[in-house]
Design a protein around this ligand. Structure first.
Ligand code: AOF
Ligand code: ZN
Length: 405
């Protein structure tokens, strides 16, 4: 919304048009990844004459869509705004750079270089060789924040990990007596659904699954291109397979509803035992093509997130999803979130803070009420890690903060 608020940029400046290109780039957020969702605007005589956003993975790039609507005469004397430098390689699509040749384009404004080593600045060099004036770095922070999952994947060869929760002023993620209920307000929930469509997968712990039976779908977004994220359940001890008939029905109705893909992570030894019991419920899940069961090796605290990360990179998940896994949103519960924080296994944290107190103990991060696997010792003020606050916004009655390490 901040970017959409055009008042913040002087009309017809490069920042003004780039902010519009960034908003355009968000159109296909849910379908473009793992390709970065890029926006391209073509402006002539201070008027927008065409625009494009990256299509579904493997489909056309932003520039190709924007250019396809125009003749060379239209392009002559125009300025092209593009959030990522035009590509120069042959991938699933031809190189966008070819589009810029011999069209009389006056200027190209780019927010960020492409971190993909097959491009990495080549686009910019080629544009300059064509004698086109180039401006770079316009709204680079905003664009790189938007494309952070793509940048992390390119740089570190692993998926982007985001953590997300809603809490009260006293840090409760749920009510001690009744378990899950809405903590955050309507605007925060809308934002959550928007995040769920931006990220490839949602990960929750089995405790949250069996307490809340959450749907984990995108409901509040009526986007023509919306894509429900992959649902991942961390269930090391196979609690799902101990569910009674009523719980099984509830799962089938909500979290395990047909039409979305689900992954269950379980310790390999537990899986072997469950299989040997000829558990019918497990058999039906194994045979269901919407499910993938990923066996994990024995996991030792404090390094359990490492084995999860390794499995995220496996070919098995890529084949099941039909594309590489670029990002994961960890939504809870408190134990799982605490472990990801403790093990520094995250790129970004989204926290929604609602203006009330609950006074509970059970559902706090690092709660001393939690014992056993995934519980951590108390910390001390003098040695504790402090995080950097990147965003603070009011969302209705709530406050959203976003933190990085
Ligand atoms: C652009 N414009 O809109 C996007 C770009 O396999 P391909 O051909 O789809 O290429 C994917 C790579 O292209 C991707 O890794 C990134 O480097 C770049 N993405 N480039 O010029 C776009 N989405
Ligand atoms: Zn391209």
């Amino acid at each position: 919304d901040k970017i959409k608020n055009e008042q913040s940029f002087l009309e017809n400046t490069d920042e003004y048009w780039m902010s519009k290109a960034l908003v355009k780039s968000m159109e296909n957020a849910s379908i473009a990844n793992p390709n970065p969702s890029v926006g391209c605007l073509i402006v002539k005589n201070n008027e927008l004459i065409s625009s494009g956003c990256t299509e579904i993975w493997g489909g056309r790039h932003a520039e190709s869509i924007a250019f396809s609507r125009l003749s060379p005469a239209d392009l002559s004397g125009s300025t092209v705004y593009v959030t990522l430098e035009p590509c120069t390689h042959v991938g699933k699509q031809p190189p966008c750079i070819e589009l810029f040749k011999n069209k009389g384009i006056q200027k190209v404004v780019i927010a960020s270089k492409d971190p993909n080593p097959l491009v990495a600045g080549q686009g910019l060099i080629k544009l300059k060789e064509m004698g086109i004036e180039c401006v770079t770095g316009v709204l680079i922070n905003e664009v790189q924040a938007w494309l952070a999952p793509f940048f992390v994947q390119q740089k570190h060869k692993r998926p982007f990990i985001a953590l997300k929760w809603a809490q009260t002023l006293d840090g409760c993620l749920a009510d001690d007596n009744n378990g899950w209920q809405w903590i955050s307000g309507e605007n925060s929930r809308k934002y959550t659904h928007w995040l769920r469509q931006k990220y490839d997968a949602i990960l929750i712990g089995v405790g949250t699954l069996l307490n809340d039976f959450p749907s984990l779908d995108i409901r509040e977004i009526q986007h023509p291109n919306k894509r429900n994220p992959l649902k991942m359940i961390y269930d090391p001890f196979g609690k799902i397979f101990q569910c009674d008939k009523i719980e099984q029905e509830k799962l089938k109705e909500k979290t395990f509803k047909e039409g979305t893909k689900k992954i269950i992570f379980i310790n390999s030894s537990v899986l072997a035992i469950e299989k040997s019991k000829k558990n019918e419920w497990l058999q039906s899940i194994i045979q269901n093509k919407d499910f993938l069961i990923v066996p994990l090796g024995e996991q030792n605290q404090p390094q359990f997130t490492k084995s999860l990360l390794e499995s995220f990179l496996g070919k098995e998940i890529e084949d099941f999803l039909g594309r590489p896994l670029q990002s994961v949103l960890v939504e809870g519960g408190g134990r799982l979130l605490s472990a990801f924080i403790e093990e520094k296994c995250f790129d970004l944290i989204h926290i929604f803070i609602a203006p009330f107190f609950l006074g509970g103990e059970k559902h706090k991060l690092f709660s001393s009420a939690q014992k056993g696997f995934l519980s951590y010792p108390l910390k001390e003020v003098s040695t504790v890690q402090r995080y950097i606050m990147k965003v603070q916004e009011k969302l209705g009655e709530d406050i959203l903060i976003e933190l990085v390490q």
